[in-house]
Design a protein around this ligand. Structure first.
Ligand code: HEC
Ligand code: HEC
Length: 250
């Protein structure tokens, strides 16, 4: 028990948690084991130190700040670790996130991504807005623009592990990302699809699409997704696809 109190002061919040989480009752779950979890990295910033503590900017629940800082809760672990790698090697540029990611070990990036992927995301939106921009649902074949929904889902829930949810992200953050792709400040996707897409959008379209995507529901837990996009669901914790199916449309 005493060894729980013998660490440096900046671990104090973690120690408190460690005490409630296991130090008291389980002899075999000491601080060492606790310290190797993604939760510790989120609380302590891992190699980035206290200034990099994820929760100070991304929120205790991983929900983001509603304006410039994206939510992490429920995003795909593979997507997040790829983004942290991209910040670390400069393919994705952002002063704060680059400084943080490059100080983390690869293992810390993996652990913290797993941690946030498993955090439940609670949508604040009741239902998807009915007035979807055509570009979102249908794209524009004449300009070679695929629909956003084909990769991000009709409810902005994301598709598979590489195409992230847009629902619940701040509109300004989404618009800023499209802008960054245009300027080649974000080169994180291997196939470069988002840069090609963003270069074809007018500034007005980028803003409209960002506002719309941010307002989407992303399938709130306990709600059946619209039948049209049910087929696009993947086995993914954020879609709650692991639970037994309810009624698959008859
Ligand atoms: C000082 C505030 C701050 C701290 C601390 C911070 N972040 Fe961030 N994070 C941001 C901002 C701002 C962005 C958006 C950056 C951009 O536009 O590329 C971001 C973006 C991200 C993204 C990309 C999300 C997406 O949807 O593409 C990931 C992943 C991420 N942060 C993980 C972390 C992790 C893990 C930690 C802790 C080790 C952390 N962040 C700490 C501010 C912060
Ligand atoms: C062919 C698939 C595809 C299509 C179509 C597509 N996207 Fe994406 N989008 C992606 C991928 C993949 C990423 C993640 C890129 C990365 O790894 O950095 C992404 C990321 C984004 C992000 C950043 C999300 C974040 O958390 O940082 C925004 C904003 C975005 N897309 C908007 C759009 C909009 C708006 C459309 C429609 C005009 C669209 N996308 C169409 C595949 C697609």
């Amino acid at each position: 028990m005493m060894r729980c109190f013998s660490r440096s002061p900046d671990l104090r919040p973690v120690l408190l948690l460690a005490m409630t989480a296991g130090c008291g009752s389980y002899d075999n779950r000491g601080l060492e084991q606790f310290a190797s979890t993604g939760q510790l990295v989120a609380l302590s910033g891992g190699g980035a130190g206290a200034q990099g503590a994820c929760l100070t900017c991304h929120g205790v629940d991983g929900g983001g700040d509603g304006t410039a800082v994206p939510r992490l809760a429920g995003l795909g672990a593979g997507y997040m670790v790829a983004q942290l790698d991209a910040y670390a090697d400069g393919r994705r540029q952002h002063p704060q996130m680059q400084a943080i990611a490059e100080r983390m070990t690869r293992r810390q990036r993996l652990l913290v991504s797993d941690y946030y992927a498993a955090l439940p995301y609670r949508s604040k939106v009741e239902m998807s807005s009915p007035a979807a921009p055509l570009l979102y649902t249908k794209g524009d074949p004449e300009r070679g623009l695929p629909s956003c929904a084909s990769c991000h889902g009709l409810s902005g829930e994301g598709v598979g592990s590489g195409n992230p949810p847009l629902a619940g992200q701040p509109a300004a953050y989404l618009a800023d990302q499209l802008h960054r792709w245009r300027l080649s400040l974000r080169r994180s996707d291997a196939r470069n699809v988002m840069q090609q897409i963003s270069l074809k959008l007018t500034a007005e379209e980028a803003r409209t699409l960002s506002d719309y995507a941010a307002s989407l529901s992303g399938y709130p837990p306990n709600r059946e997704p619209p039948a049209a996009s049910r087929a696009a669901r993947h086995a993914d914790p954020r879609n709650d696809a692991s639970r037994p199916p309810l009624h698959e449309g008859g």
